[in-house]
Write a new protein. Structure first.
Length: 252
């Protein structure tokens, strides 16, 4: 039997990168997985790759009406929601002086408001049965980076929102656990988009790899395995925690 057998999961941004690796692994471990994404074509390819345990529902994480629609549809069609992975996110490689207010607000709408809305509506539909919420933060939510002003702020907010949700649910007796995951540089399309903005992508990739004492980038599947642990009953006494997946970057 799989570690999340017969559970129902919603993975935002599940069409690529960490989200796809997570959706694929949860399905392999027995869950019914709904991919919530704004990229219909990529999400449909992801569903086809994963197989019959996966489905797609359009979701712009910045819109509360779409969160209500997807969570209500999951209850109607699948009967329950056991796992939410708040993975959808964007990055902006700019320092505080270069970041415009419009860019700040756009990034915050996805990375922070989207996680807030996900937690809010997951709690709404989970509180009768319990469940697990996993919020994807970053090492940039633990330590600063001069060229990631808005991103650091958003991911730091995710870290403490996670703890607030965990305490609220525990004290209300909802049986909902909420934890955050903090990867460092992961070999994903988002990382490639960041590299493309640098003067020397090859040199920058090497530098980012060397930033981890283990000497390489993380792989999406490695992050997904930690998310699986937090989604499963193996982590039944873990809530409000921050799990770091950084090859030792923040150990020094």
């Amino acid at each position: 039997m799989g570690r999340v057998e017969n559970k129902v999961a919603l993975v935002t941004g599940g069409a690529s990168g960490i989200g796809f690796a997570t959706a694929e692994l949860l399905a392999a471990e027995g869950a019914r997985v709904v991919i919530g994404d704004i990229d219909r074509a990529a999400a449909e390819r992801a569903v086809a790759a994963i197989g019959p345990r996966a489905s797609f529902h359009p979701l712009d994480v910045t819109r509360e009406d779409e969160w209500i629609a997807v969570t209500d549809a999951i209850l109607r069609d699948l009967g329950r929601l056991d796992i939410l992975v708040n993975n959808a996110g964007v990055v902006l490689l700019k320092d505080i002086e270069a970041t415009t207010l419009a860019e700040w607000r756009t990034l915050m709408a996805v990375n922070h408001d989207g996680v807030f809305l996900g937690c809010k509506h997951a709690v709404r539909v989970m509180k009768e049965r319990g469940g697990a919420i996993i919020n994807i933060s970053s090492v940039a939510g633990l330590i600063g980076h001069p060229a990631l002003a808005a991103y650091c702020a958003s991911k730091g907010g995710v870290r403490l929102l996670t703890k607030s949700v965990a305490l609220h649910c525990a004290r209300r007796g909802y049986g909902i656990r909420c934890n955050s995951v903090h990867p460092s540089f992961v070999d994903t399309p988002m990382l490639e988009s960041m590299l493309a903005l640098t003067d020397d992508p090859g040199k920058t990739r090497s530098g980012w790899s060397a930033a981890a004492p283990l000497g390489r980038l993380a792989q999406p599947a490695e992050v997904a395995r930690t998310i699986l642990f937090l989604a499963s009953d193996d982590s039944a006494f873990t809530t409000g925690a921050e799990i770091v997946i950084d090859g030792g970057m923040t150990a020094a």
